[in-house]
Design a protein around this ligand. Structure first.
Ligand code: G3H
Ligand code: 13P
Ligand code: ZN
Length: 283
């Protein structure tokens, strides 16, 4: 069932759990996420970056993901992840996405507000939900100073102003996660999350969640995270299996016997995340 992101996240916000948002770039990744959601009876976000769009093409991704979403009983939001341009967000509105992220987090506050507000106006007129980001993602190193932390992480007062002026549906915040593989052990600024959530009282998004410890994730959900983005862990699940199969058999060339098992590995990883996030059984 294809639904808006807001429908899924309003329920998660009210019932205090998080929904997995999984990046896909091909049919096998998509099928793995859908099969996991069905098996777990969990709502889910399927998301595509601008990089995925230029790799696979907007038409292929849009048709394939909408087909999958419409042909399953679990709620699926079809989401643009890290849209950097107003134009990309508009193309997604015209091509059937039900949720778009506009990421102006690298701009000064006023510019981020202006860009986000423009996307919110257009998207809401089309019944599409919007995610925006405030604060910069990076790693939290052991020796990071309080000043550095304050400069990077989401400022609670700015978050209030940002949401009031943009009317965005859900907000991604920076509290110590980073995209990709971690070198050290990520530690989240739970106190900051607590203050922001209590003040905003709306769905909050965590990016860069691959490789973050289970306890950190569980705590963050208890403090109000409702959408958790996972990309790297799925890429690793897929490519680990491909590497294993190719390593075990130098003669193999039937693609289906290589990426078919990779699809199963990704599905298992997605199910593990859904259970951790408390999304299983919430469809
Ligand atoms: O945050 C998003 C992704 O993990 C990076 O994805 O390589 O498709 O831009 P991308
Ligand atoms: P990871 O690749 O670190 O899981 O981050 C995913 C993400 O934030 C996508 O927007
Ligand atoms: Zn991200």
């Amino acid at each position: 069932m294809l639904v808006t992101g807001k429908e899924i996240l309003d329920h998660a916000h009210k019932n205090k759990y998080a929904v997995g948002a999984f990046n896909v770039v091909n049919m096998e990744m998509l099928q793995a996420v859908i099969a996991a959601a069905e098996e777990e009876n969990a709502p889910v976000f399927i998301q595509t970056t601008e990089g995925a769009l230029s790799y696979a093409g907007m038409g292929y991704l849009s048709k394939m993901i909408r087909y999958a979403a419409k042909n399953t009983k679990v709620p699926v939001a079809f989401h643009l992840d890290h849209g950097t341009k107003f134009e990309t967000a508009m193309q997604c509105l015209r091509n059937g996405w039900t949720s778009v992220m506009i990421d102006g987090s690298h701009y000064p506050l006023e510019e981020n507000i202006k860009l986000t507000r423009a996307v919110v106006d257009a998207a809401h007129a089309c019944g599409v939900s919007v995610e925006a980001e405030l604060g910069r993602l990076g790693g939290i190193e052991d020796n990071i100073t309080v000043d550095e932390k304050d400069a990077m992480f989401t400022n609670p007062a700015e978050a209030r102003q940002f949401v009031d002026e943009t009317e965005v549906d859900y907000l991604a915040i920076a509290i110590g996660t980073a995209h990709g593989k971690y070198k050290g052990v990520p530690k989240l600024d739970h106190d900051r999350l607590d203050v922001i959530k209590k003040d905003l009282n709306m769905p909050i998004v965590l990016h860069g969640a691959s490789g973050v410890g289970e306890d950190e994730i569980t705590k963050a959900i208890s403090l109000g995270i409702n959408k958790i983005n996972i990309d790297t862990d799925l890429r690793v699940a897929y490519t680990d299996k491909v590497r294993e199969i190719l390593g075990n058999d130098s003669e193999i060339f039937d693609l289906r016997k290589i990426i078919g098992p990779a699809r199963i590995n990704v599905q298992a990883k997605v199910q593990e995340k859904m259970r951790l996030f408390g999304a299983s059984g919430k469809a």
